[in-house]
Design a protein around this ligand. Structure first.
Ligand code: PLP
Length: 397
């Protein structure tokens, strides 16, 4: 018998705020009714600032982030097209895998897991590509497996420096809606996310924003697609409708989630994530542990992958957290299994929740054999929050 709430500190799906959950408790409705289209038109308009774009085409595909990846690839590229990608964590690895399975000619830069996008290696390849065979450059903005945020702007700058015409594809699944994402400023052509992370909804939508260039490319690209076709989607989207049955409940949830983001202010959302993430990291350092991210400038403000001591199995930390303390931490994926556990700190989150995560992590680390001083991580985060709360209060006055 489990009592109390089950704490969810995985990097997605994230906690769905009660008003969002309640907004989804609506009767089924006719997705072709005259007043239905306004719902999606409003979502598209309000998603644009979250993507950091004024006029990119935003599309909501039933599915998850992976569906949006597939839509981006198949609509804008043709089999045999060369693309430039890096592998530095499980999600960037999966993206390479998908591109290869789609018949793209993938030029892969392999890095240690914990590194960020290799801007210099990309720059060298782009400079060498005088015939402009590379059609797409791919960045995993926030590698959720390692807790690494990469510098998208630097990749755009490298492309511009040699006037390379490839399109820029960015996976923002665990960044968009939580940390700054500036599609227009960074010259991103295809930006991708899902409904279940920073957007605080259940999984069920793969959301994608496409630049004018991406839409132009879709007119001639021969990648095979049907369900995820931009053309079908955009034709129906013009009036707010879908080419097939949409998950209407999630759309209602998304309405409230976007209202909440607007009420908080997107820049305040970013500042909150930065503050909470720093609290988590201070806790980790106070335990004498380290994040998997290779350097501080790569630390993610949405997820921290925590390396456990070599004598400890991170799977045991996660098992204890769940079995004894009703708390879910993220697991170490693929080659990081057993080596890290992850604390997701994105979406509908506050200081009290972070302190709970740290307190339960201390208990779980202890039970798994790590030597942590009880309260050390919690105290370090509290000290940070006490200081930043005061700063935030003074700034608001
Ligand atoms: N990309 C990143 C960075 C992710 O974190 C995830 C999922 O966690 C995905 C892609 C895949 O998204 P989904 O699980 O929504 O299909």
């Amino acid at each position: 018998m489990r009592t109390g709430i089950t704490h969810l500190f995985i990097p997605g799906p994230t906690n769905v705020p009660d008003p969002v959950r309640m907004a989804m408790n609506v009767p089924m409705q006719d997705q072709r009714a005259p007043d239905f289209g306004a719902l999606q038109l409003g979502l598209i308009a309000d998603l644009r600032p979250v993507f950091g774009t004024r006029d990119a085409a935003v599309m909501l595909f039933p599915g998850s982030g992976t569906a949006a990846w597939e839509a981006a690839l198949t609509n804008t590229l043709s089999p045999g097209d060369r693309v430039l990608m890096a592998r530095h964590g499980q999600f960037s690895t999966l993206w390479v895998d998908m591109a290869q399975r789609m018949g793209l000619d993938v030029d892969v830069v392999d890095l240690d897991w914990g590194e960020g996008v290799p801007t210099e290696a990309f720059a060298a390849r782009l400079a060498a590509d005088r015939e402009h065979r590379i059609k797409g450059v791919f960045v995993t903005h926030n590698e959720t497996a390692t807790g690494v945020t990469s510098d998208v702007a630097s990749v755009r700058a490298a492309m511009d420096a040699v006037r390379h015409p490839a399109m820029l594809y960015v996976d923002g699944v665990s960044s968009i809606g939580s940390i700054p994402f500036r599609m227009d400023d960074w010259g991103v052509d295809l930006a991708i996310t899902g409904s279940q992370k920073g957007l605080m909804c259940p999984a069920g939508l793969g959301i994608l924003a496409a630049s004018a260039r991406a839409l132009e490319a879709a007119k001639t690209a021969t990648g095979r697609r049907c369900y995820l076709d931009f053309g079908d989607m955009l034709r129906m989207n013009a009036d707010g409708y879908f080419p097939y049955t949409p998950p209407t409940q999630i759309l209602h949830g998304m309405r409230v989630a976007l209202d909440r983001i607007r009420a908080e202010g997107i820049e305040n959302v970013y500042a909150r994530h930065a503050r909470l993430a720093e609290g988590v990291r201070r806790g980790v350092f106070a335990w004498g542990l380290k994040p998997a991210a290779a350097r501080p400038d790569l630390f993610s403000d949405t997820v921290t992958a925590i390396r456990v001591p070599e004598t400890v199995d991170a799977r045991e930390v996660i098992r204890v957290g769940y079995a004894r303390y009703n708390t879910s931490f993220g697991s170490g994926l693929a080659r990081l299994a057993g080596k890290v556990f992850r604390i997701g700190h994105l979406g509908d989150l506050n200081e009290g929740m972070v302190l709970t995560a740290l307190a339960v992590a201390e208990l779980s680390l202890h039970a798994a054999g790590a030597r942590v001083e009880f309260g050390a991580g919690v105290a370090a985060a509290q000290a940070h929050f006490a200081g930043t709360a005061e700063t935030a209060r003074l700034a608001a006055e």
